[in-house]
Design a protein around this ligand. Structure first.
Ligand code: ZN
Ligand code: FE
Ligand code: FE
Ligand code: ZN
Length: 266
């Protein structure tokens, strides 16, 4: 399939497996024509250090992916990161990101205060929280993420649904509006992330409802498998493509040096 997979991890984050070369091979095998490595960015303040690359591994990541990027074809290889938004992350990310030469920066939220709400080890906390209020808090953080102007793409937009906890459509729509307005003002894209199909919820992130709201606001889309092993590259992209069309999309975006290029859907 002539599509870019814009969300791929490497073993450097300590919870993905396989050699970098195997991800490239898998893209080739699955007919994915372009891939962007977006591993979990290192955090010098020690934020969530268990689930991201260590700062001293970053030069290896940079040099390896940049070398692969040179003259790459079948697939084209791009250099990116998935960077979390959290309280005060701007202090580190503003100066650091401005010195880097990424093609793409994904902005993601994996914590509400100190709760890793999408971490299977902290799943039981969902039993004791108010679901609409939790989503409200998450979507407020997402609006703040957009306001920083630090990132190009919203990662897995409705990830709080991962284990099956969702408000009603009516409430979700109300809660998601301000966040989507901010994403649109920030000129950001959102990804259709197929990892959700591999989780309890069994749905792409985000849902059709949110995707339609994004389309109304002319927010562009890209596609990501969020692969944590080579076999996941391009995972269920046929399904993602169908969902994109259902929401009214006819184009997606490719990134290079943090610039968007609109491309017709295949
Ligand atoms: Zn990960
Ligand atoms: Fe993530
Ligand atoms: Fe990811
Ligand atoms: Zn992710």
């Amino acid at each position: 399939m002539m599509l870019t997979d814009s969300h791929i991890h490497t073993f450097l984050c300590k919870h993905a497996t396989g050699e970098i070369a195997e991800y490239i091979e898998a893209a080739n095998k699955n007919g994915i024509t372009e891939i962007c490595f977006t591993d979990h960015v290192p955090a010098p303040d020690g934020y969530d250090s268990k689930h991201r690359m260590d700062m001293d591994k970053y030069p290896f990541y940079h040099d390896t992916i940049k070398e692969l990027r040179k003259n790459s074809r079948n697939p084209y290889v791009l250099f990116g990161v998935e960077a979390d938004y959290y309280q005060d992350c701007e202090k580190i990310l503003y100066p650091w990101l401005s010195e880097q030469d990424f093609d793409l920066v994904i902005g993601s939220i994996h914590y509400i205060r100190d709760w890793g709400f999408d971490n299977p080890e902290e799943r039981s906390i969902w039993d004791s929280v108010d679901i609409p209020n939790t989503w409200r808090e998450y979507l407020e953080l997402l609006g703040k993420l957009a306001n920083t102007r630090l990132y190009d793409v919203i990662g897995h937009l409705d990830i709080p649904k991962k284990f099956g906890h969702k408000p009603t459509d009516k409430i979700l729509k109300e809660l998601a509006k301000p966040a989507l307005d901010r994403i649109a003002s920030a000129n950001m894209a959102i990804e259709l992330n197929t990892a959700g199909l591999r989780k309890t919820i069994g749905e792409i992130y985000p849902s059709l409802l949110i995707l339609q709201m994004a389309h109304e606001r002319k927010i562009p889309i890209c596609f990501g498998s969020d692969a944590h092993q080579p076999g996941e590259v391009g995972y269920a992209f046929d399904e993602a493509l169908q969902l994109a069309r259902e929401a009214g999309y006819t184009q997606y975006v490719r990134f290079s040096h943090r610039k968007k290029q609109l491309t017709p859907l295949p």
